[in-house]
Design a protein around this ligand. Structure first.
Ligand code: MSP
Length: 654
């Protein structure tokens, strides 16, 4: 059996703010990666960002920010989120990374040269947000079947990948290798909805936008997002670079974990690309369900963001990780609610786990001065407790292998629940009253501590904060007592270790009060978002108010003038009095606030632009018969506007 384990998440679109739905795939993969590492596997866990395409270009433009600058910020936020959630990825790939772009160009050229990619033109119904072409029959109510938004007819010269050529091999793959795509319902969906009706060749380049990897032999084309995005799984390992060591070691992927909406790309297009490249196929693609809110997918575009930063800060990272791993039947959609989240914390983390640890350590402190005793006299309940504890690892391994993640976490809770029951069965507080039962009490305390150690060793794969605290409370510092090997048999030498009850692992939540708090926060956020919308609208209105028609503009008579004389205005530091020729019978007097930037000498002989039909006003007792045009900036610079070549004095400016 191979010892390597290569697991990937999809690469994320850096289209805006990150939400709890975003964390789902990554936390699940992190738990699997940690579990496999603890099993002794050489794990490579890949995640990253999918940074090309028209959609990203558009979003950045909406933020008035250069595309890469915008992406850098959003990717920075994502990395902060992964750090906060203790995501233990081994590599973070960005599709704008130089090595990736070069490898994509190589792959594209290779496929073109061997005839798997050809040039043609494409006319189809395109959904810009999803970056997908659809056929008429695939539309739902005339709209994109993935996101429900309108599609538009597009025609473009494009390169095509000969997807149709691989149709029979793909059908064979999905029909015969039932391990390849899971859950099984997704296999049927792919075969019946896409493969059996017939595959069309896939459009793999674009000329309508620039933000992508250039096709090296035809630079007006950029590589269409899926060839760029899907190949990240091999370019991240160095495929197509000078050093393919990692690729040789880790490819094929053991597991591509993805959301259900991108199953088509991973189970049809991706294997076809790999077939064309003559590379081995991934061992498994798993399409999980969505985290939903009020029957909608949690997503930025739906505006129903649940903030993982806020939840982690208020209730701990472990609480967020636990909820994501435990709550949703894996493979199906799951509904998020604050109430379900908070209830999970109270019931599983505070009551089951927290209580077991605090009760046990408190009793060891009270009855044995804080030192874990060696077991002495057996009780009738020991065997069943020990059976549950020692059986958990195998059960959990099987569940992780079958991607039954909530079931795997429940294998740990089986130990915790059994240990809590063991306390109720053995009633240590009664044993403690009877000196003759001292040997039994010692066994009970030892068994409880050892059971907690078993649960905690397993917990390390899933939670990242409390396992270290629990080991500390049990006085366990020896790393060899923290491994999967150490829980093969019950009875490690933990007697003699000093426990410390310390603070509670998780604070009990007053759910009603907390729900009100969360509502308040949500309302405040909504208000702020509404305010932002209104501010934006107002800004647009201001622009509308200041918009004028050409007829309005025609009311302003702008003329080229020549300054014949200039002098300072007495007791007015800012003003110069100019005598200006506008090609009229009489010269005009214009008072202008430019003395800070221009001396009278600077001005004499200069050509300027004058608003000649401005109603005359008296300034410092001098009648000013017009206004000269100047440009000014935020740094207090001022520059007079002037014609850049000779032109007759009095000429109209339009
Ligand atoms: N860029 C593509 C993937 C390319 S992989 C070669 C993409 N990106 S994404 O940012 O839209 O989604 C990334 C992952 O987050 C997907 O697996 C998606 O299913 C997951 N989720 C996003 N919102 C989610 C929920 N509300 N619930 C569960 N997972 C969700 O697709």
């Amino acid at each position: 059996m191979s010892d390597k384990y290569y697991i990937t998440t999809p690469i994320y679109y850096p289209s805006g703010k990150w939400h709890l739905g975003t964390c789902y795939t990554t936390v699940i993969c992190d738990a699997i990666a940690r579990f496999k590492r603890m099993q002794g596997k050489d794990v490579f866990y890949l995640t990253g960002t999918d940074e090309h395409g028209q959609k990203i270009e558009k979003v950045a433009a909406e933020h008035n920010t250069p595309t890469k600058q915008y992406i850098d910020k959003v990717v920075g936020d994502l990395k902060d989120l992964w750090k906060l959630l203790d995501i233990s990825y081994d590599k973070f790939i960005r599709t704008t990374d130089d090595y990736h772009e070069k490898a994509v160009q190589k792959i594209f050229t290779k496929l073109y040269e061997q005839g798997d990619i050809y040039k043609s033109s494409y006319e189809g119904l395109y959904c810009t947000p999803c970056e997908s072409f659809w056929t008429e029959s695939q539309l739902v109510d005339g709209k994109c079947p993935d996101c429900g938004r309108p599609v538009e007819l597009m025609k473009e010269e494009s390169y095509f990948f000969r997807l149709s050529k691989y149709q029979d091999r793909l059908i064979k793959l999905l029909e015969e290798n039932t391990d390849f795509l899971q859950p099984a319902t997704r296999q049927k969906e792919m075969i019946n909805n896409f493969l059996k009706p017939g595959l069309q060749d896939l459009c793999v380049s674009r000329t309508s936008f620039q933000w992508g990897v250039q096709v090296p032999f035809d630079p007006k084309h950029v590589v269409y997002v899926w060839i760029d995005a899907l190949t990240n799984y091999i370019t991240a390992l160095g495929y197509g670079s000078e050093n393919e060591e990692l690729f040789k070691k880790y490819w094929p992927a053991d597991l591509h974990m993805i959301g259900k909406e991108i199953v088509r790309f991973h189970s049809i297009i991706w294997p076809a690309i790999l077939m064309a490249l003559d590379l081995p196929l991934p061992k498994k693609v798993y399409g999980h369900g969505w985290l939903m809110l009020d029957s909608d997918k949690i997503s930025k575009s739906k505006g129903n963001i649940i903030d993982p930063f806020l939840l982690s800060e208020r209730y701990s990272v472990d609480a967020v990780r636990y909820y994501l791993l435990r709550e949703i039947p894996f493979g199906q959609d799951g509904m998020y609610s604050n109430k379900a989240f908070l209830s999970r914390i109270n019931s599983d983390l505070v009551n089951d786990l927290g209580n077991l640890v605090s009760r046990t350590t408190a009793m060891v402190e009270q009855y044995f001065g804080g030192t874990i005793p060696a077991p002495q006299t057996a009780t009738e309940f020991d065997t069943s407790l020990i059976e549950v504890a020692t059986g958990a690892l195998d059960k959990m391994s099987a569940n992780v292998d079958n991607l039954l993640i909530p079931e795997a976490i429940d294998n740990i809770w089986a130990i915790i629940r059994r240990a809590n029951k063991y306390i109720d069965e053995t009633c240590p507080w009664i044993l403690a009253k009877d000196e003759e039962k001292r040997g039994t009490l010692a066994t009970v305390m030892y068994n409880l501590c050892e059971s907690i150690r078993f649960a905690n060793v397993l917990l390390q794969a899933f939670l990242t904060g409390c396992p270290a605290k629990i080991f500390e409370k049990l006085g366990i510092a020896d790393k060899s007592l923290m491994t999967f090997d150490s829980i093969k048999t019950f009875g490690a030498k933990i007697n003699g270790l000093k426990v410390a009850k310390g603070e509670a692992l998780f604070k009990r939540i007053d759910i009603e009060k907390e729900l009100k708090e969360l509502d308040k926060i949500a309302q405040a956020n909504q208000k702020a978002a509404q305010q932002k919308k209104e501010d934006k609208k107002m800004q647009e209105n201001v622009i509308n108010i200041s918009e004028i028609t050409i007829e309005d503009f025609a009311k302003i008579a702008l003329r080229v003038g020549k300054v014949l004389a200039a002098e300072k205005v007495e007791k007015a530091d800012k003003l110069l009095k100019l005598t200006v020729d506008l090609g009229e019978e009489k010269t005009r007097t214009i008072v202008s606030g430019i003395a800070k930037w221009y001396t009278p000498e600077d001005m004499v002989g200069k050509s300027i632009v004058v608003v000649s039909n401005l109603k005359p006003v008296k300034l410092r007792g001098i009648l000013s018969e017009g206004m000269i045009l100047c440009a000014s900036d935020d740094n207090d610079n001022l520059s007079i506007v002037a014609p850049i070549s000779d032109i007759k004095t009095g000429s109209e400016v339009r």
